[in-house]
Design a protein around this ligand. Structure first.
Ligand SMILES: Nc1nc2c(c(=O)[nH]1)N[C@H]1C(S)=C(S)[C@@H](COP(=O)(O)O)O[C@H]1N2
Ligand SMILES: [Mo]
Length: 201
């Protein structure tokens, strides 16, 4: 209703344009994008690991991971290739909760998120948020393998390449280091509202 009222006075439609960062186009599909093959994950062998500059390094099985406090988010996602998808819903454990459990040391300012043959870097601040999720459900169902099962990161406020699929662990660091796409020239942070697509911008 607010959308109708808004479009009546502005001539725009349901506020969607306001939710679309510059240079992005809406999609209702859910494209699958990644480098390399979908990894084959044996859930009995899968572990989630926290290491680096933390007081409490740990590793967890999938059952242990799923027993962490469950949170849900609904968020718009923006891929650097140009598609955006509105109101995607996810369930998992928040970045804030996970960082609190890891208890980073005073020197820790960045993280590297690790997946098989792939990684991406984030500031600790961008990870430790209540709207960032290590998700095991999408749209009320277990994640599909191609979308990152068993656990993927969802960082809605940055371009979707930061949302690592098949996450195996998080390494806490004092200095920022480029991950897989960042080494290939993508931006170190990737804010879609500032169009931080490539490095050296
Ligand atoms: N492990 C891993 N995670 C990844 C990638 C990847 O290549 N490997 N690609 C990223 C990119 S570029 C995007 S746009 C999203 C795509 O997620 P989707 O396939 O669920 O749409 O995953 C991100 N996470
Ligand atoms: Mo992407």
């Amino acid at each position: 209703m607010i959308g109708n009222w808004f479009s009546a006075i502005t001539g725009r439609h349901s506020g969607q344009e306001e939710r679309l960062p510059p240079g992005q186009t809406l999609t209702t599909r859910f494209p699958v994008l990644h480098a390399g093959e979908v990894p084959v994950v044996k859930i009995a062998d899968w572990r989630f690991r926290i290491w680096g500059l933390v007081e409490s390094p740990f590793e967890m099985t999938f059952d242990e991971f799923r027993s962490l406090p469950r949170a849900e988010i609904t968020a718009d996602i923006h891929c650097v290739t140009g598609w955006s998808k509105l109101a995607t819903s996810w369930a998992g454990v928040t970045g804030a909760e996970l960082v609190a459990r890891a208890s980073p040391t005073a020197e820790a300012k960045y993280v590297m998120v690790h997946a098989p043959g792939w990684s991406t870097n984030l500031t600790l601040e961008d990870l430790a948020r209540d709207d960032v999720l290590f998700a095991w459900e999408y749209d009320g169902k277990p994640l599909e393998q191609a979308h990152g099962w068993p656990v993927r990161l969802v960082v809605p406020h940055l371009y979707f390449w930061k949302s690592a699929k098949w996450v195996e662990g998080v390494e806490f660091l004092a200095e920022d280091r480029p991950g897989f796409w960042e080494r290939a020239g993508y931006h170190m942070r990737g804010d879609p509202w500032r169009e931080e697509r490539y490095r050296g911008q």
